[in-house]
Design a protein around this ligand. Structure first.
Ligand code: SF4
Length: 94
């Protein structure tokens, strides 16, 4: 009998849960990625390529409508990021 071994890859839920707490800027992962809840507050010296127009709500990874105040992000599972926020993994929405 052939036994198939299925690797238990944790399925990262890519969807936002309404009750998910807001991501804190002090969260270690948030700090690592330079996350700010307000894109205009991003440290220009640290992230010279950042532009104020870059926001979570126009990032390809944002798991909510552009008009939503908060939404999920696969980089911060179980948390919600702010629509006007930003982190260094920002990718332009196609
Ligand atoms: S990856 Fe995109 S949606 Fe996620 S926190 Fe960074 S800028 Fe916001």
């Amino acid at each position: 009998m052939i036994q198939l071994s299925v690797t238990g890859t944790a399925a990262l839920a890519g969807q936002a849960f309404a009750q998910a707490p807001a991501l804190a800027e002090s969260d270690p992962q948030a700090v690592a990625l330079g996350y700010k809840a307000d894109s205009t507050k991003v440290d220009k010296a640290k992230f010279p390529k950042h532009e104020a127009a870059q926001k979570c709500n126009n990032c390809a990874l944002y798991q909510a409508k552009a008009t939503d105040a908060m939404g999920g992000c696969p980089l911060f599972a179980g948390k919600q990021v702010a629509g006007p926020g930003w982190c260094s993994a920002w990718v332009k929405k196609a």
